[in-house]
Design a protein around this ligand. Structure first.
Ligand SMILES: C[S@@+](CC[C@H](N)C(=O)[O-])C[C@H]1O[C@@H](n2cnc3c(N)ncnc32)[C@H](O)[C@@H]1O
Length: 519
């Protein structure tokens, strides 16, 4: 057996599994299952299957999930850098499938880093509604934010908060909440030997206490009639059925939803019908526990009061993908101005209040002028007109001179540790608007007035991803009628956006950020 399991873990599993114990233990001698999940914000699953350089076999419980064969190395392909898929352990794809996310929903992913399930939720939302992705650990939110940016999520807010503070800021607000809880990670033992080293027989009880606190806070943020999914990648009953039974005992308004699709997996342990277990000896995956919980309150009678101006009006908060997008998106500028007006003068967020910044030196040591919020928005609007030909929608939120478009009114983020208030548009430097990388990754080629596509199987794609300058003749650019080829170009790989370049006289200056480069 490749993995050295703690004796007390093996004993516990023997007790738990009885006759199935041998089959379970046999899986530790087999290689772990690997998978990718297609990012349908950028490409349809059948299209990726068509262009994929390696074989992909469907994962039964996730229509966008595929097993990859050994040696496929999907992280080392330009398509990964174009955000066409996320590399994810196959059983970890199940919880979001059972959350039932619909475009337009308000979704909270409470324990979200590094973002596997958040990117899956973002794809289900298709740019409509909102995703609040949170993680308690500041370092881990960096990967979370980056993964959401890589997948091209336009409507995600990233927080670094405790569940209690989120519940206090968003009482009864979310339609769906995912709690992919911190756990003892017994299902990861085959993949990650560090998890084995960190485990001792007290570990499950320690996590169970944490999980109950998280569940309690999450319940306060769910709207009556809403759905909450609790999942772990561990086998210990106290962290799974135990945590849920403890939660239900104190929350009679909640129940386990038995008809949620959990029935396609092995049942949870008695006495919790309707919960699901993904066992590594029964499915091709490392293992998960899933409970789908519904708040049985009446959404009409127990409607939470509006939290901020515009709250409850999803049309105001939504940032529809495609509806306002495209080169002819009309009224978007007016909407931007209206939203800005609606939030101005009401205090603004902690960060938005910094929008009029003090004189300071820029990165080259030159004295930067004070840029007012109005100037930044005007500079952005000009950029959008000249480089995109349309105006993306959302509530403007400023961090200094950095502009984000948020799916939340900016006062909603007041006092919360906000890692990303929304879709990053860019910043103003020396009076010019510099577009952000996440703006590029979320655009389609059609949504930029200038674009260039590099073949995914050719050397130019890798050169671009390494940050190199490219020689590109003007006739290779796709430029909208009446637009000069000189300026920012959306660089795509086989038609899928990867980042910005700046073209002039046959040279494409590379704008791919240093921290994202192919190494
Ligand atoms: C199982 S991992 C989440 C994996 C993630 N959902 C994904 O699919 O990529 C659990 C996460 O919970 C975070 N965490 C731990 N305690 C927390 C708490 N009290 N509140 C919120 N997040 C917490 C950890 O930092 C960790 O990133």
């Amino acid at each position: 057996m490749a993995v050295q399991l703690p004796h007390s873990f093996s004993e516990r599993m023997k007790q738990l599994l009885g006759r199935e114990y041998e089959a379970f233990m046999k899986t530790y001698g087999e290689p772990p299952h690997t998978g990718i999940r297609v990012n349908t914000l950028k490409i349809a699953a059948d299209e990726l299957q068509r262009i994929s350089p390696y074989r992909m076999e469907p994962i039964p419980w996730c229509s966008t999930g595929f097993y990859t064969i050994e040696g496929a190395r999907p992280g080392k392909h330009p398509y990964y850098h174009a955000g066409l898929y996320y590399i994810q352990e196959p059983s970890a794809m199940a919880p979001v499938e059972l959350l039932g996310v619909l475009p337009g929903d308000r979704v909270l992913d409470l324990c979200a880093a590094p973002g596997g399930k958040s990117t899956q939720i973002a794809a289900k939302l298709q740019g409509k509604g909102m995703l609040v992705s949170n993680d308690l650990h500041p370092e881990r939110t960096k990967a979370l934010a980056k993964n959401l940016e890589l997948c091209g999520a336009r409507n995600a807010v990233v927080l670094n908060e405790s569940p209690e503070r989120i519940a206090a800021a968003f009482p009864g607000f979310f339609d769906r909440i995912l709690i992919d809880a911190p756990c003892s990670g017994e299902g990861m033992f085959r993949k990650d030997e560090d998890m084995v080293r960190q485990w001792d027989e007290n570990t499950p009880a320690k996590y169970a206490a944490m999980q109950r606190e998280i569940l309690r806070a999450a319940a306060l943020a769910l709207r009556p009639g809403g759905t909450m999914v609790y999942s772990t990648c561990t086998f210990s009953p106290e962290e799974n059925e135990g945590s849920i039974a403890g939660f239900l005992a104190g929350h009679p308004q909640f129940s386990v939803v038995a008809d949620s699709g959990t029935g396609s997996f092995a049942p949870g342990l008695e006495p919790l019908p309707g919960t699901a277990r993904l066992w590594p000896h029964k499915v091709k995956g490392e293992g998960h526990f899933i409970a789908v919980l519904r708040h049985n309150g009446d959404p009409e009678k127990e409607k939470p009061a509006g939290l901020w101006p515009g709250d409850g009006d999803k049309s105001l908060l939504a940032m529809p993908r495609g509806e306002s997008g495209g080169r002819n998106g009309e009224g978007s500028k007016a909407a931007l101005a209206r939203k800005d007006k609606s939030s101005a003068g009401r205090g603004g967020s902690r960060n938005a209040r910094n929008s009029r910044i003090s004189p300071r030196n820029d990165s080259r040591g030159r004295s930067a002028a004070i840029t007012s919020e109005g100037e930044i928005l005007a500079s952005y609007a000009e950029f959008a007109r000249e480089q995109l030909g349309w105006q993306p929608e959302g509530c403007p939120v400023l961090f200094g001179e950095h502009l984000y478009l948020s799916s939340l009114p900016r006062e909603a983020l007041n006092g919360l540790k906000t890692v990303r208030p929304g879709w990053y548009m860019g910043h103003v430097r020396s009076g010019r608007f510099i577009p952000g990388h996440p703006l590029a990754t979320a655009l389609t080629a059609r949504e930029s007035l200038r674009s260039l596509t590099l073949p995914g199987d050719g050397p130019e794609a890798v050169s671009y991803l390494k940050g190199e300058t490219l020689s590109i003749s003007a006739d290779r650019l796709t430029v909208a009628p009446g637009t000069s080829p000189k300026g920012y170009v959306l660089v795509c790989i086989d038609g899928y956006s990867a980042g910005w370049g700046k073209w002039q006289d046959g040279i494409l200056k590379n704008e791919y950020p240093a921290g994202w480069r192919w190494t």
